[in-house]
Design a binder for this molecule. Structure first.
Ligand SMILES: Cc1ncc(COP(=O)(O)O)c(C=O)c1O
Length: 456
């Protein structure tokens, strides 16, 4: 029998020196994470496919309760309004509402989700720079808290108030020079006097009544001093508008931005050491706000709008290795079946990657590629991983914030989401089907030139 010539693979010498066992045992990436929330990871994939998002309901509830306790024990009447855009899966929002969270929405689409989940208008905070006239009319009629972002919106709100023949309470979004670069996009700047002018303008119009102040200082803000400065800024601003314009606030809202336990790509230290606790955030904010210009009984209600700090940790992704290769420099590349279209936060985070099977102890610096046919689809530039074969699994924890709501359908169909609660699995979003993805499309007869050409 003729022997096939073996294909030539250029040899490379790779130094496997990282991560060997020491007196403390195995390095974390090589400790197989064969079970997730009590279930065998391989069986989950066999049943629901790969990639797969997995929500721990217990962890989601725990995060909410921890944050609520930290703030409500320091500021009476503090309330958490969950930022829908972070992950608006209906199951996620429902779990948080069942814990007591209000809804913070930034579009008519999100507003609809909240209303369809039976949230009453008065438990919805409506932010965002672009709200349509109809959406504003609906929100005012429902009694939602509308926070105004810009002068054009003041105008539209006044017209809506005219049409509805009533005066409506509103909040005003403000921004301050707190971080570098500053977040000036939303609301009116305090230091430049714009916020004062806006409040004055609204009051003098006589159609709206300023009852709230809102600030959102950024996202993944792991320096609690920024929140302290923002809180002090709100206290100072309230003092001025109270004295000079007779404003009496019903609420103030510190927005979102609280960090989660993920390490940023450019961070020197792991988030394990740098991410503040909810108690540290609350301690940075509440005592300052409580020194505001009011008696205790008249303290404005405090709202917080966390997103990532609540939902990042409770969701993990399971993904399957599809191939590995040696790159010209000698570095190993591993391709998995999840792309950056379903894990868009790879542009910010150095996600941790955990093996599922026992893949040995020899760790190697690896580029982890997503499965899209796109050169930019890199999930990790430097992941320290053991040898991985096609078909083996990885778990990427803490991916619940923004990856689902910002996912885009591209090349592959988007995966399913399951929730694990008290030992029970619930399918909370089925994986996409080809029919679903193409449902909105049509091909006019005239465009079908191939069949026309074939007829002639
Ligand atoms: C107004 C507002 N509130 C809350 C959030 C939630 O932010 P994060 O997920 O950083 O907590 C955002 C997000 O940018 C926002 O724009």
């Amino acid at each position: 029998m003729k022997q096939e010539k073996k294909s030539y693979v250029k040899p490379t010498i790779v130094r496997h020196s990282v991560g060997v066992t020491n007196k403390y045992g195995r390095p974390p990436a090589t400790v197989p994470m064969s079970r997730l929330n009590g279930f065998d990871v391989k069986e989950l994939v066999n049943e629901y496919g790969s990639p797969l998002y997995v929500l721990s309901v217990e962890q989601l509830r725990q995060n909410y309760q921890d944050m609520f306790r930290a703030f409500s024990t320091r500021y009476p009447g503090a309330r958490i309004a969950y930022s829908y855009k972070t992950n608006y899966l209906k199951a996620v929002c429902s779990i948080l509402h069942s814990e007591g969270a209000l809804a913070e929405v930034v579009s008519g689409f999100e507003y609809d989700i909240a209303r369809n989940l039976a949230m009453p208008g008065e438990k919805i905070i409506f932010n965002g720079p672009y709200k349509t006239r109809d959406e504003l009319a609906r929100a005012f009629t429902d009694g939602a808290m509308v926070n105004i972002d810009n002068y054009d919106e003041i105008q539209v709100c006044e017209e809506v108030a005219d049409e509805l023949g009533r005066k409506f309470p509103v909040g005003v979004r403000v921004n301050m020079d707190l971080n570098n670069p500053p977040w000036h996009k939303f609301g009116f700047n305090v230091e430049a006097g714009h916020a004062y002018e806006a409040v004055k303008r609204i009051q003098s119009g006589g159609k709206l009544d300023v009852k709230g102040l809102h600030i959102h200082v950024g996202t993944y803000v792991d320096d609690v001093n920024i929140y302290s400065m923002a809180a002090q800024g709100l206290v100072n601003f309230y003092t001025v508008i109270k004295e000079q314009l007779g404003i009496k606030l019903k609420y103030w809202d510190m927005g979102g931005g609280y960090a989660s336990h993920n390490t940023l790509n450019w961070a020197w230290q792991s988030a394990e050491y740098t991410c503040p606790t909810f108690d540290q955030y609350a301690e940075a904010i509440c005592p300052i706000l409580l020194k505001g210009p009011f008696q205790a009984a008249e303290a404005p209600r405090l709202f917080l709008e966390p997103g990532r700090a609540l939902v990042d940790e409770p969701i993990s992704m399971i993904t399957t290795v599809v191939s590995q290769k040696r790159l010209p420099g000698g570095k190993r590349g591993v391709i998995v079946d999840a792309g950056m279209n379903v894990l868009s936060s790879v542009q910010w985070y150095n996600y941790n990657c955990q093996t599922v099977q026992d893949s040995g102890l020899t760790l190697e610096d690896t580029i982890l590629y997503g499965g899209l046919c796109m050169n930019i689809d890199v999930l990790r530039q430097n992941a320290v991983l053991p040898p991985l074969r096609r078909g083996e699994l990885l778990v990427i924890p803490h991916i619940g914030a923004y990856n689902l709501s910002q996912s885009w359908q591209f090349i592959y169909l988007r995966p399913a989401v399951i929730a694990i609660d008290n030992g029970k699995i619930h399918l909370i979003k089925a994986s996409e089907t080809r029919e679903y993805v193409q449902e909105m499309e049509s091909v006019p007869k005239e465009f079908n030139t191939y069949s026309i050409a074939n007829k002639n």
